[in-house]
Design a protein around this ligand. Structure first.
Ligand code: TRP
Length: 331
């Protein structure tokens, strides 16, 4: 830890396969942020339990995630990479914080509203309180999230300021969010109005990080475009959402601006444009997958990274909880 740097927290759930949206919106950003902040990168396995009821079991891919982080050049020695369930203090703080949250506020969360018609577990409702605990346990200044978590973060800020007000003491920071504006909204390839999601039943909507080139080709060729004349490759979310989405993906993996791409594709039609998109995407994912499988085989190393993160996170979490116990006069 560098005490001159601010603290950043972010987490990914280890359920389901990661998509190009995770890479562009979160993992690429994590790589960038590690140079600026003291980063806690958490694998939120306890959050994944909320989907237990729908499937009766969950397949967690914890070591896959660690290998993904390494493939994105996220440094395991500089950052604290750890597993949420390794640090019991998350649950203690979760319980403490739940005393400062109004149930009606939780019921207003969009994620709760959209999922509670499927199942009614308490954990679905209290999900954002566990997020608050993740973030506030390490007194984070910043939190890297996707747009879908913005409402949850606003609630975390509320919980934090309510707690501080009651104890007349700025114990928790009011964490600010960091969202990658362009890339945290990678849309589905066919149902272009929906965000690309790993849980989509139509797999043709989603590019997974471990998709093979023939699959990528099929998905990109079948992705939705438009029949707006002129058939130009331009970024126009309203009238050409499909083309704009592909431009966004391409600009992310090639690290070039949308303007540059619009100029480059000035004489292209949709099909020749899509050919470039899938061939560039395949090239990118093949080299990414090479790195991934290289790291994924090193099971001992991956487990050691989680151990290292556990030890570092545990020390901080333990002290914070002791402090809170004193504040609440529990000790
Ligand atoms: N709920 C987040 C998601 O599904 C994951 C998460 C858990 C998280 N705890 C967090 C993200 C704390 C940011 C901060 O994407």
């Amino acid at each position: 830890m560098n005490i001159k740097k601010k603290i950043l927290f972010s987490a990914i759930q280890p359920s389901g396969k990661l998509t190009i949206g995770h890479y562009l919106g979160i993992l690429r950003k994590w790589n960038f942020l590690q140079h600026k902040y003291n980063c806690f990168y958490c694998i939120a396995d306890l959050h994944s339990l909320t989907s237990l009821n729908t499937k009766n079991f969950i397949n967690l891919n914890i070591l896959d995630l660690v290998a993904f982080f390494l493939s994105c050049n996220i440094n395991p020695y500089k950052n604290i990479i750890f597993l949420q369930s390794d640090i019991y203090e998350h649950i203690i703080l979760y319980w403490i914080l739940s005393n400062y949250v109004n149930v009606n506020e939780l019921k207003r969360m969009n994620q709760y509203k959209s999922k509670s018609c499927l199942y009614k577990n308490l954990s679905l409702l209290s999900y954002p309180v566990l997020m608050a605990s993740d973030i506030l346990l390490y007194n984070s200044n910043y939190v890297c999230i996707g747009y879908d978590q913005l409402q949850h973060l606003e609630l975390v800020r509320k919980i934090s300021s309510k707690f501080n007000k009651i104890y007349k003491f700025k114990f928790f920071n009011l964490p600010k969010y960091i969202i990658d504006k362009n890339f945290s909204k990678i849309m589905s390839l066919i149902n272009i109005k929906n965000k690309m999601s790993k849980t989509d039943i139509n797999k043709n909507n989603v590019i997974f990080l471990l998709d093979k080139p023939d699959i990528i080709k099929h998905k990109i060729i079948n992705s939705i475009t438009d029949s707006n004349i002129p058939y130009k490759i331009v970024y126009d979310i309203k009238n050409k959402p499909g083309i704009s989405n592909l431009l966004n993906i391409l600009s992310g993996i090639k690290n070039v601006s949308i303007k540059y791409l619009e100029n480059y594709f000035i004489d292209y039609n949709y099909i020749s444009f899509k050919k470039v998109v899938y061939s560039e995407l395949s090239k990118f994912l093949i080299s990414f997958q090479e790195k991934f499988f290289y790291y994924r085989k090193k099971i001992y190393f991956l487990k050691k990274i989680l151990d290292l993160g556990k030890n570092k996170a545990k020390k901080i979490a333990k002290n914070r909880i002791l402090y809170i116990y004193k504040l609440l006069k529990l000790k």
